[in-house]
Design a protein around this ligand. Sequence first.
Ligand SMILES: Cc1cc2nc3c(=O)[nH]c(=O)nc-3n(C[C@H](O)[C@H](O)[C@H](O)COP(=O)(O)O)c2cc1C
Length: 316
Amino acid sequence: MFYTKVCEILNIKYPIIQGGMAWAANSELAQGVSNAGGLGIIAAGNAPKEIIREEIIKIRKKTDKPFGVNIMLMSPFAEDIIDLVCEEEVPVVTTGAGNPGKYMEKLKGKGIKVIPVVPTVALAKRMERQGADSIIVEGTEAGGHIGELTTMAIVPQIVEAVKIPVIAAGGIANGRGFLAALSLGAEGIQMGTRFVCSTECIAHENYKEKIINSKDRDAIVTGRSTGYPVRVLKNKFAREYLELEKQGISFKKLEELGAGRLRLAVIEGDMENGSIMAGQISGMIKDIKTCEEIINDIINEGEMCLKELNAIKRGV
Ligand SMILES: Cc1cc2nc3c(=O)[nH]c(=O)nc-3n(C[C@H](O)[C@H](O)[C@H](O)COP(=O)(O)O)c2cc1C
C-alpha cells in the first residue's frame, strides 16, 4: 500500500521524506527516518564540507538504506558540498533556496538523484527540463524559508504541469495530510516540523516543547520586507524583528540581527532570543515519538482514511 514512483526512484519502502533542516537534521535524525522506511536527509545548512563528510560517514555506519543530503544553495559552502556529495556518491540530493541547474550534469553524472524544492510552476518546469528526478513542492504553510502559495493550491498545479513525480511539503504531519497530498496528485510527502518532534532529532528539548505547546496561530512570518520570508513560532525575537521591519530598518541590519538565531534556538534551546523555525501544522503536533512510530502512524492512518473515503463513496 502507498508504494509510488517516488519509492521506486529512491528505493525506499514508504514515500515519506524528511525535510533537510539546518542544525536540526543531522545523521542521527536521518538514520532514524531511513531505517524506518522513509528517506532521511542530512542538512548541510551553512556548514563546511568536512563537518558534513563526518555526518555521511556516521550515517553509513547506522544504516544501509538510502539517504540524502540537502544543499542550501545560498550557503557560502554550496560548491564544496556539491563536490562532497559527488566524492561520497550520496544516493540523493535535495536542494533549497535557489536553482540547482548548473550542478545538475555533475550530480547526475555520479548517478545521484536530484530533487529540488520548488515553490512555483515555472521553476518546476525548468527543473524537469534540466533533468530533476522528482521535485518537492513546498507550500507556504511550511516551517523555515517559504514561498507565497499554499500546498493545496500549488501541488495540483505542478502535478498538471510536469511528468516527473511530485513530493508535497508544507503543513503535513499525519495520515490525513498524507492522503490529502496523494489526492492532489503528489506521489510522496516531505515533513519537517513533525520530524523535529522525534526522539532522534537533536533539537533542544525546549524547541520540541515549544512546538508541542503551540496553537494554530502561533506560527508567523518574519522577513517579508526583505524578500526572504521565514515561518517561525512567535517569541520575543520574532516580535522584535517584525517591529524593526515595520520601522523600515535596512536589509543589512536585519541580516545581522538574524545571524546565528536558528542555532541559538535549536542547539542552545533559547526560546526568547532564538529563531524557532516551524510550520503552521505545529498546533497539531502533541507528542515526541520515534521516527518509526511517526512513519507507521502516518501509513496506518492513511489506510484508515482511505477506508473512510471508500465508505463515503459507497454511501454507507
Ligand atoms: C527548523 C527547520 C529548518 C529548515 N531548514 C531547511 C534547510 O536547511 N533546507 C531546506 O531546503 N529546507 C529547510 N526547511 C524546510 C523543510 O525541509 C521542509 O520542507 C518543511 O519543514 C516542510 O514543511 P512542514 O514544516 O510543514 O513539515 C526547514 C524547516 C524547519 C522546520
